[in-house]
Design a protein around this ligand. Structure first.
Ligand code: FDA
Length: 394
């Protein structure tokens, strides 16, 4: 690929979406060059899912994604389904399991997914350049790219450079800059799926709970997630908090139901005839971490026997445990966010091909697009699906 004839497809960014796009285009017989500025491809795949890569989810729908256009992702998601990726995983004999809520993880390590993609890329004839930055792009009847390894011409150009999260993994604003260069608008970007930080006062109050995890239902802006909450030394994390973080906006409060499987008034009514002298904190400790119960109840006005609890106590306790309103100080930002919310405006892309409406032959795939998935394999599924769809046309 060093002569002057344009390559059919150049893909910039060798993450999940870029690799899948390059493979798909290569499998169609297109000449493909994949350019990655890091030393390795698939860096985020390697660290994903705690090193086991939650590579998809069994139950994927547009409602698992945020976007200014909530219908945009439907087309791609329906044309490359979780089963399509599972087929690739099974063909390579990679063992996997469902952890919870349809989330599929490798039994062994995430590098198996990267190896799968590298094998398929090699079989599809994809050339990969690592440690190569693109410094300039121009468009005439084709694209001309200035890169650290020389000039490259391409008929189609696919931008798969991801979002801004975890800058130390190679994230850059490159994709957004290219979008702007070619007349696209961006929906505002922000960290998403990030842990919350607490105000100094709350942090001091809850620091003793660091390390405790408990199932909750957490709500904000009309969205509710029932998953685990983890108290950390800096704030609140765990899947429930990461999920709701994507819906939360700075300055807002979140509402936490610490007893999502129960109704406290019913529990009290059930215990009362059986164990009237039992302490309310004993009852609560059957369903909640003891340290949390101790923090909130010990030496409080509610630290009493069940037969002494008044209706107004029950009301106050229910408000406390079912409707804990907490105003986070903020979140951990791009340094800890799993994804970037917002991105290339979907109104300016074809939902079928991911091609730009402003520039023929230019495509945007994966996280750089304003499509943000929930925690649980949805972001990789979007990366595979959008990469695949662009690869069908690029
Ligand atoms: P991605 O960021 O993967 O790839 C972009 C590539 O472009 C990178 O290789 C980058 O180096 C390269 N690049 C950037 N700028 C460039 C430039 N100027 N020139 C050349 N190359 C450039 N999702 C999920 O579904 N299941 C999971 O288990 C997890 N787990 C997880 C853990 C952690 C810690 C993080 C941070 C994220 C996850 N995610 C996840 C989210 C998932 O990793 C993410 O949504 C996808 O990797 C997005 O794929 P993309 O290919 O779009 O971008």
């Amino acid at each position: 690929m060093t002569d002057d004839a344009p390559i059919d497809v150049v893909v910039i960014g060798a993450g999940a979406a870029g690799l899948m796009c390059a493979i798909t285009a290569g499998e169609r017989g297109r000449s493909v060059l994949l350019i990655e500025h890091s030393a390795k491809v698939g860096n985020k795949i390697l660290i994903s899912g705690g090193g086991r890569c939650n590579f998809t989810n069994l139950d994927v729908g547009a409602s698992n994604y945020q976007s200014e256009n909530p219908h945009f992702a439907k087309s791609a998601l329906s044309r490359f389904t979780p089963q399509d990726f599972i087929d690739r995983v099974e063909r390579k004999g990679i063992a996997y399991h469902e952890k919870t809520l349809g989330q599929l993880f490798c039994d062994d390590r995430a590098h198996q997914i990267v190896n799968l993609l590298l094998d398929d890329a090699r079989d599809a004839g994809v050339e990969i350049w690592t440690k190569c930055s693109v410094t300039h792009i121009e468009k005439s009847d084709h694209f001309t790219l200035s890169t650290e390894l020389g000039e490259v011409q391409a008929h189609s150009l696919v931008i798969a450079t991801g979002g801004l999260s975890i800058p130390q993994m190679g994230s850059t604003s490159f994709g957004y800059d290219v979008a702007k260069q070619f007349g696209h608008t961006l929906t505002p970007c922000a960290p998403a799926l990030a842990p919350f930080t607490l105000t100094p006062t709350d942090r001091e109050t809850y620091t003793t709970l660091s390390g405790i995890s408990t199932p909750v239902a957490v709500s904000c802006n009309g969205q509710t997630f029932r998953e685990a909450l983890l108290f950390t030394h800096r704030g609140l994390s765990g899947p429930a908090m990461l999920q709701i973080n994507s819906y939360w906006r700075p300055g807002q409060s979140i509402e936490i139901d610490l007893l999502p499987e129960h109704t406290l008034s019913t529990l009290i009514a059930e215990w009362k005839p059986e164990q009237p002298k039992a302490q309310i904190r004993t009852l609560l400790s059957h369903h909640l971490p003891k340290r949390l119960v101790r923090l909130w109840i010990e030496n409080s006005e509610y630290d009493k026997a069940i037969n002494q609890v008044t209706p107004s106590d029950i009301e106050a306790l229910s408000a406390l445990f079912h409707h804990w309103i907490l105003k986070p100080a903020g979140d951990e930002g791009y340094a800890k966010a799993e994804v970037t919310r917002g991105g290339v405006n979907t109104n300016e892309l074809s939902s079928k091909t991911l091609e730009s409406n402003t520039t023929a032959g230019l495509y945007f795939v994966g996280e750089v697009v304003d499509v943000t998935g929930w925690l649980g394999g949805f972001n990789f599924q979007w990366a595979w699906a959008s990469g695949y769809c662009a690869g069908q046309y690029a």
